[in-house]
Design a protein around this ligand. Structure first.
Ligand code: ATP
Length: 845
């Protein structure tokens, strides 16, 4: 019985608490509804409630609480001892780099020699008159001419330190020294480099202004102001040419002009109709008011209201149609132009001199070309956007002026005031962002660079750097995040201020309108419609300002850069002279004649070759050897016309090499460079890289023959090592091949072209002695059979054993020349090399 009772009573007992809970909920919900109903009539709250002291205080308290919550969370990293020690170490690194630079450049030495500079460099401020400062700068210029350190490298080091340690006095000193060097560079720069120098100096001026106090910045400025002014004078004359470039660039968009014109017309329609939206809304309000107050009753107002609503529907439809049509038109106009421009820019980049490309930030240029669609969109759409905004504003102001002239005048004053105030706020935000925290953002990339390049990846592994790299990455990120938090906080503080400013002006319009209404200069209907129309006017102005800011901030700079790239004429033009005017390669005698050639790399400025004269005869094997850095590879680069000699002449078959088309010349020269890099393609594609329309011109048999000559046919056709045979990918830069395989493939790549001149720069250094000897034999055979001229740079003397003649270079000068036997007898530098080599063979221990 007991068990039966427990079974029958259990469910109701279990339900009881649930029922109780439901009952409670219902009661609670009922109370909540009653409260909501009680509050409802007072929402939105009456103005006097918002103006009560208590409310204002609570609002302020809530704001402060919000700010406190928005503060950077967690412990400030500068309070962490270990972190602080790491930051100091990083700062120290940058400090010592700048110190090393400053010690070398004459300006710091000049501080002892030139009295006016001393107080500036040691204590701060430059208490000299203009003449003395000018004299100091002149002297700095003369002394610094002997040194190779550039203003850019010093200002970069100073900027690095200033970022890592804001307010560091040494950074200011660095900037002062950079100023003197900038003066030097501006004075001595050749005209073609002037623009670059002035751009650097202008960038440098901004740096000085942002990093130094106003007085110190003025002092630094005085050091290089005069040379900058004279350089700018020259440039001003050339600026006309620049404008022509931009005009030419814009002329490229001529096919878009009809589309731009049509979309501009549509934009005017859009602007006018979107402003009319507010006008009709205001009409509806006016009619409603009229219906209540006028004696003619609601019938007339009802009719008017129907008309206004109908007009609103029609204008809305026109708006959407115009928007659609404008979108289609601008897209059609842009697509083709952007495509053409990308091709032109890529072509212009490919055409540039190696020297220029070596100094460029190629990643930046790549993204410039990649994003040219966005840039062009901004520029091409700008007239339409501006027209739309202007028409919208004009329509709104017109409607407003018709309603009330005074209110329109009030707006006429308030709009520019709003614009100026928002500019001031933006400036304020930028100043605030000049944080006192260290900034290591750029350094995060250096951590990544170890990982993403196969060669550095292996080095990282080999040196067991992983834990260190991880730690460094974490630290850089920590500091960076802290800085970001601060910037975000500033942004979050400034954004509401901007919004408040915008709304304050709208409230101001309402206030003024209200006053006019109170004085009887305006009635209720006019005021309500004026507010709506004024909102339209503000929207128009905001729209125009945003579009203009976008174009000036994001589009004009890249556009000018594109124009410059397109207008830039390389010194070694790829189409000069035309290929079609070139002789047949078999009609040319492949002799080379270097006559008093000097050369220096632009970025370093040091003379690498000093009056070099020698000859290369057709069909001979010329060996070049010499100490490290003596200029051997540079000589080969000049033969290929990768660079132009600073002075002197190079003749091919008695004609200046610069009269030959560089593409033609390089096509007939086989080149294996010391720092060879293969493309990330298959073995076969790499092999045929240098042959135009490879598959048709060179058959498989000839390609395999080149592999055989280079001693690597068996390697790449060994299915155990290369299951895909010569269709195997070689990896980034050839990273999936051994050093010897890479070199042999590079030799085969040069030979397969059947060149008239074969240049080998340390081409077999990774080969074993036996393979190297076999390769030498094969090249010898080829030389004899084809009459090919061979120039070989090598450190290993066995590479040069078959040479007809040898050149020995030292510090950019030719110190010995002759056959190996002659040089042996002369007992000079070569004989010394030979003795060292012989000693090793006799006693390798
Ligand atoms: N692209 C470059 N930019 C600036 N300087 C360079 C450049 N290439 C080489 N140099 C400098 O020019 C000098 C000569 O270099 P080069 O490569 O011609 O010497 P090398 O005799 O071939 O040396 P190695 O035997 O070590 O290969 C060196 O001081 C080098 O640092």
């Amino acid at each position: 019985m007991a068990s039966m009772a427990s079974v029958s009573w259990a469910p109701p007992l279990a339900l009881a608490p649930a029922l109780l809970l439901v009952q409670r909920w219902r009661l609670w919900l009922r109370k909540l509804r009653a409260k909501a109903v009680a509050v409802w009539p007072t929402w939105p709250p009456p103005p006097e409630l918002l103006l009560r002291k208590g409310f204002a205080v609570s609002l302020l308290a809530a704001l402060l609480l919000l700010l406190w919550v928005a503060r950077s969370p967690g412990k400030n990293f500068l309070e962490d001892e270990e972190m602080l020690a790491w930051v100091r170490k990083e700062q120290e690194k940058r400090r010592s780099k700048l110190e090393d630079l400053l010690q070398q450049i004459p300006v710091s030495r000049l501080a002892q020699q030139v009295p006016p500079l001393r107080p500036f460099l040691t204590s701060g401020g430059l208490p000299v008159n203009d003449r003395e400062a000018e004299e100091a700068a002149k002297e700095a210029v003369v002394v610094a001419a002997k040194f190779q350190i550039t203003a850019n490298s010093v200002s970069e080091a100073a900027e690095d330190l200033a970022k890592a340690q804001p307010g560091a006095a040494l950074a200011a000193e660095g900037l002062a020294c950079a100023a003197a060097l900038a003066a030097l560079e501006l004075k001595s720069a050749p005209e073609e480099a002037l623009q670059q120098r002035v751009a650097e100096a202008e960038e440098f001026t901004m740096l000085v202004q942002s990093r130094l106090s106003r007085g110190r910045a003025r002092d630094v400025w005085r050091l290089y102001a005069e040379p900058l002014a004279s350089a700018e004078r020259i440039l001003r004359q050339r600026r006309l040419e620049q404008w022509r470039c931009v005009a030419r660039l814009l002329w490229r968009f001529k096919t878009t002009l009809p589309f731009v014109a049509l979309s501009s017309v549509l934009s005017m329609v859009l602007g006018a109709f979107s402003a009319m939206r507010y006008h009709y809304q205001a009409s509806v309000i006016n009619l409603a008011k009229e219906a209540v107050t006028s004696s003619s009753g609601p019938a007339r107002a009802k009719h008017g209201m129907q008309e206004a609503i109908g007009a609103m529907v029609v204008s809305e439809m026109i708006l959407q149609l115009a928007e659609f049509a404008r979108g289609r038109l601008t897209l059609r106009g842009k697509t083709k132009v952007v495509q053409e421009l990308k091709v032109a820019l890529f072509g212009a980049l490919l055409r540039q001199d190696l020297e220029y490309l070596e100094q460029c930030d190629l990643w930046q240029l790549r993204s410039l070309i990649g994003s040219c669609g966005t840039t062009i969109s901004q520029v091409v759409d700008f007239p339409a956007t501006l027209l739309e905004a202007a028409v919208r504003l004009f329509t709104a102001v017109l409607a407003l002026g018709r309603q009330n002239g005074r209110l329109a005048a009030f707006l006429g004053v308030m709009l520019p005031a709003r614009f100026l105030l928002s500019q001031a706020l933006q400036h304020c935000e930028e100043r605030l962002e000049q944080s006192a925290l260290p900034d290591f953002k750029g350094q995060i990339n250096s951590c990544w660079s170890c990982l993403v390049q196969p060669a550095s990846l292996r080095t990282m592994r080999a040196f067991a750097r992983e834990p260190h790299e991880l730690k460094t990455f974490t630290r850089f990120l920590q500091v960076h995040e802290e800085l970001q938090q601060r910037k975000i906080l500033i942004f979050r503080l400034m954004q509401p201020l901007q919004a408040l400013l915008e709304h304050a002006l709208e409230i101001g319009t309402l206030w003024y309108g209200g006053r006019l209404a109170l004085r009887g200069d305006m009635d209720f209907g006019e005021l309500s419609s004026a507010v709506l129309v004024a909102t339209g006017a503000f929207d128009g102005a905001r729209f125009a300002q945003a579009a203009a800011a976008n174009v000036s901030r994001q589009a004009l700079g890249p556009l000018a850069q594109m124009a410059q790239l397109l207008a830039r004429r390389p010194r070694i033009g790829l189409d000069h002279s035309p290929w079609s005017s070139m002789p047949k390669p078999e009609d040319v005698r492949w002799t080379l004649d270097f006559q008093e050639v000097t050369f220096s790399y632009q970025q370093r400025g040091v003379e690498v070759l000093k009056g070099l004269s020698f000859q290369v005869r057709e069909g001979e094997f010329l060996g070049i050897l010499g100490t490290t850095g003596s200029g051997k590879s540079t000589v080969l680069s000049l033969m290929l016309r990768l660079y132009e000699p600073t002075s002197g002449r190079i003749l091919l078959d008695g004609r200046e090499i610069k009269d030959y088309n560089p593409l033609w010349l390089r096509y007939h020269i086989g080149f294996v460079s010391q720092d060879l890099v293969l493309c990330n393609r298959t073995v076969r594609e790499n092999l045929l890289y240098g042959v135009a329309e490879a598959a048709e011109v060179v058959g498989d048999a000839a390609a395999k023959e080149a592999l055989r000559v280079a001693q690597c046919e068996e390697t790449f056709f060994n299915t155990e090592a290369f299951p895909n045979l010569w269709h195997t990918d070689v990896g980034v830069g050839g990273s999936d091949l051994s050093g010897g395989e890479k070199q042999r493939l590079a030799v085969a790549r040069a030979i397969v072209k059947k060149p008239k001149l074969l240049i080998l720069d340390e081409a077999t250094s990774a080969l074993d002695e036996i393979s190297q000897a076999r390769l030498q034999d094969e090249i010898e055979k080829l030389r004899k059979e084809e009459g090919m001229t061979v120039i070989c740079v090598a450190h290993r003397l066995s590479n040069l054993a078959r040479a007809d003649r040898l050149l020995v270079l030292q510090e950019g000068r030719l110190v010995e020349e002759g056959s190996p036997a002659e040089l042996h007898q002369r007992d000079g530098v070569f004989a010394e090399y030979a003795r060292a080599h012989q000693a090793f063979l006799q006693d390798p221990s």
